[in-house]
Design a protein around this ligand. Structure first.
Ligand SMILES: [Zn+2]
Length: 414
């Protein structure tokens, strides 16, 4: 992720034999998303309009949450189901509509999607769920997103504005759809380019979110983060809001949410915003049981970047690492479904040991930064791949990643 795909030229090649076409050019189809939110309603009305030639796309198989995305209706044939709704559009395309409940509780301590009187905060995934599509490999969407909002409301997304007031959606997927955090309503936005990355920091007006503090912190830390991850250059959106949103930080593709009450740096010297930002910079996801690697890197670099930039002293960094070591001692299985608390603490300690060993084995020529860069963008990261890449960098096996050192490791002693 993170690459910009140039807008494909509408091919005249459609007239040529199919075999030439497949090798030569993308076949472009048009997608338009319309999102309508009305005053005093938690329901967003979403429409997807598809224009294509020659039955280019047979079907869209949406994975829906039947409690949130409902009322699918439109052209062609719609096959309802739970959790899959399949749309078979007409040969030249058509329109599909559905409704989305924008109010969603993450857990007892708050919402990860909310719409109130003056604002709403949610993810693009809530509006347009992921779908499996059947289309030729060279088919590529030219997608746009448009909002229809109550008087006085505006919207902010991580995407670039298109000429007609919508947003151009470019991802690396064939079925381009808007993902990442978004905010609508009476929203205040501050924009700044930091280390080449266009940042937008947005929050509902009057929600007590300190946009300037956030920008100052980003100015202080992002250049160093960028030194570790030089390919991190996508437009970034940071959305802040208060209750009843969840009191923490949550990252999405090149965007993150942070609750107004969260400090930039906590009393234990960890930084929720830098943790989520590292998730955005790395864009990695673990295969089941490998979440400790993803969370470990995010927490490791949130501390490390602050140490490198002098945001915290070396001494305070040392104390924080010692706290994590103590906290992670009792962990008897790193390979859990969702890494948090003690498991993540232990993961940071493991990665710090990998860093030391890499440096030692290569006389300081390689370190954890090299390993982190190699795995950037990996959507199905595994322990096996981490070991393989680390060994390649080190030129031999690493004791710090041996199964015996990792509780719960496949082939380990525990
Ligand atoms: Zn995390």
């Amino acid at each position: 992720m993170g690459m910009t795909i140039p807008a494909p030229v509408r091919p005249l090649l459609l007239l040529l034999p199919a075999i030439t076409l497949a090798a030569a050019e993308d076949i472009v189809f048009d997608l338009r998303y319309d999102v309508r939110v009305k005053e005093d309603s938690p329901i967003a009305e979403v429409a997807m309009t598809l224009a294509m030639e020659d039955s280019l796309i047979e079907s869209f198989r949406f994975r829906v949450d039947p409690a949130r995305q409902t009322g699918f209706a439109g052209d062609g044939r719609i096959e309802p189901g739970d959790p899959f709704v399949t749309w078979y559009p007409p040969a030249e395309g058509g329109r599909l509509e559905w409704k989305v409940n924008l109010v969603h509780k993450r857990n007892a301590s708050g919402h990860d999607s909310w719409v109130g009187e003056d604002w709403a905060v949610f993810r693009g995934d809530d509006l347009i769920p992921a779908a499996k599509t059947e289309m030729p490999d060279n088919a590529q969407a030219d997608a746009e997103l448009h909002f229809d909002l109550p008087e006085g409301w505006s919207e902010v997304t991580r995407f670039r504005r298109s000429r007609d007031g919508g947003y151009a959606i470019r991802t690396e997927r064939q079925f381009d759809r808007p993902t990442g955090w978004m905010a609508i309503g009476k929203i205040g936005v501050r924009r700044e380019r930091i280390a080449g990355i266009p940042f937008a920091v947005a929050a509902p007006v009057g929600e007590g979110f300190r946009r300037m503090d956030v920008l100052a912190f980003l100015n202080w830390t992002v250049p160093e983060l960028k030194r570790v991850f030089p390919d991190f250059d996508s437009r970034m959106l940071i959305v802040g809001a208060g209750d009843p949103m969840w009191r923490g930080g949550l990252s999405g593709p090149f965007s993150l949410f942070l609750h107004s009450d969260r400090p930039l740096i906590g009393e234990d010297a960890t930084s929720p915003i830098l943790h989520e930002l590292t998730h955005c910079a790395m864009s990695i996801r673990g295969e089941p049981g490998n979440d400790w690697i993803v969370e470990g890197f995010a927490e490791y670099y949130s501390l490390e970047i602050m140490r490198r930039t002098g945001t915290i002293t070396a001494k305070r960094h040392e104390i924080a690492m010692e706290d994590l070591r103590k906290r992670g001692t009792k962990v008897d299985n790193l390979f859990v479904k969702r890494s948090s608390g003690a498991v993540t603490a232990r993961a940071v300690v493991v990665l710090a040991a990998v860093d030391r060993e890499l440096k030692k084995k290569t006389s300081g020529r390689r370190d954890l930064d090299d390993l982190a860069r190699v795995i950037v963008g990996d959507g199905d990261l595994t322990y096996a791949r981490l070991v393989k890449e680390a060994e390649r960098l080190a030129g031999g096996p690493l004791e710090s990643l041996a199964p015996a050192k990792l509780p719960g490791a496949p082939g380990g002693g525990d």
